[in-house]
Ligand binder design. Structure first.
Ligand SMILES: Cc1cc2nc3c(=O)[nH]c(=O)nc-3n(C[C@H](O)[C@H](O)[C@H](O)COP(=O)(O)O)c2cc1C
Length: 367
């Protein structure tokens, strides 16, 4: 992180609290209230440019200390258990169970809060909401992104459509009663993005590809869609793209089906993506498995677990998206401090505007 960014533990705490709240959360949330202590890289509430170290202590660790932990030998379908047991040669699967736990996403949310603060300096926001849980889909077509986000924040399931939210809450209650879990769909929107982040010139610089990797790295996220990718796949080309028109203030787009990225480069529209989260694997209602200790068929065991972490995962996805966006913006701007970057960002914005007004100004290089 560059120097000169105001950063406090309280700023990070806001996002950590969001990861712990919401309908469908499990028992762990009652055990720990996450706190990230800033150990380095910040002096008097401002980043110094040195690496920032954040520490999150697992309070639950103390509850287990000195206790005999029973061996775990019944792999849960859908979790890392069996593949990891074979890969690492575990007799007791517990190391996989603990390491593959989405507990690690608390650290990513803390880092995401730092990135969010950096992006905010330049007027870029990264926010998400839930658009479906357990097959109950929100009706969002007529709602602006800003409204979606505002309504989501007052919903227990982070869903902007109150009618769908009520159905989602009822579905979570029903799943709880039946010992089931539920998945869903989360959408993330990045607003205020300038043109020119990412690149088409090399595969690993494409912004859409970088976002996809980050999003799919979140446990239980199994699919990503940028813009209207899947609906577009069924359309003829002349109806799938955001046509370029001359508007009153210059070049404008009709629609944002591409989700703000063309050729791996941000095109100045909001970046908009959807992520599919599977129903999580630890179900109170057991699933068929085989006990690795006895070699006999059995049902999977249940340990304290969420029912539907989809609402809690919104802030996790925001965090990983913020990390990629901050990275891409730093690459574009260069420099070691916010002060150095600020005029460069203003020039980038100006150049973008010049470009969309067809002034003919070259805008790819710093003035
Ligand atoms: C915020 C969050 C909370 C999660 N909570 C649980 C949980 O309580 N129980 C569970 O079985 N899986 C939970 N998961 C999902 C598992 O960590 C994940 O399914 C597992 O690590 C296997 O990885 P994979 O689904 O990506 O293949 C959670 C995921 C996220 C993002």
């Amino acid at each position: 992180m560059v120097a000169g960014l105001p950063l406090t533990e309280a700023m990070i705490a806001v996002d950590l609290a969001r990861r712990q709240a919401g309908a469908g959360a499990g028992g762990r949330m009652a055990i720990e209230q996450d706190h990230a202590a800033i150990l380095s890289g910040v002096m008097a509430g401002v980043t110094t440019g040195a690496p920032i170290a954040l520490q999150l202590v697992n309070r639950d660790h103390a509850n287990w200390k000195g206790k005999a932990v029973p061996a775990y030998t019944t792999p849960r379908p859908g979790h890392a258990d069996l593949a990891a047991a074979i890969k690492y040669g575990y007799d007791d699967i517990r190391p996989a169970l603990e390491r593959a736990s989405a507990r690690e996403t608390a650290a990513r949310v803390a880092v995401g809060a730092v990135c969010r603060a950096y992006l905010k300096t330049f007027g870029i926001t990264v926010e998400g909401y839930v658009s479906a849980i357990g097959g109950h889909a929100a009706c969002l077509e007529d709602m602006t992104f800003s409204d979606r986000i505002a309504y989501a924040r007052s919903s227990d399931v982070q869903c902007p459509d109150p009618k769908a939210a009520a159905q989602m809450i009822a579905a979570i209650e029903q799943a709880k009663a039946q010992g089931e879990t539920l998945g869903g769909i989360i959408e993330v929107v990045v607003q205020g993005v300038p043109v020119g982040l990412g690149s088409h010139v090399a595969w690993d610089r494409r912004l859409d590809a970088r976002l996809a990797q980050a999003v799919l790295s979140v446990p239980a996220i199994k699919g990503i869609e940028i813009g209207n990718a899947f609906a577009n796949a069924a359309k003829p080309g002349s109806q799938a793209h955001d046509v370029i028109v001359l508007g009153t203030s210059g070049l404008e787009r009709r629609g944002n089906a591409c989700g703000g990225i063309e050729g791996g480069i941000s095109n100045g529209q909001p970046i908009w993506l959807r992520a599919a989260m599977k129903p999580i694997p630890t179900t109170r209602k057991g699933q068929d498995t085989v006990d690795l200790a006895t070699g006999k068929p059995c049902t999977s065991c249940y340990e304290r677990s969420d029912i539907c972490p989809v609402p809690r995962a919104v802030v996790v996805l925001e965090a990983v998206v913020a990390l990629v966006m901050a990275d891409a913006l730093m690459e574009k701007l260069g420099g070691d401090s916010i002060a150095e970057m600020t005029p460069r960002f203003a020039a980038l914005r100006r150049a973008t505007l010049d470009d969309t007004r067809m002034s003919g100004q070259p805008h790819l290089f710093w003035p």
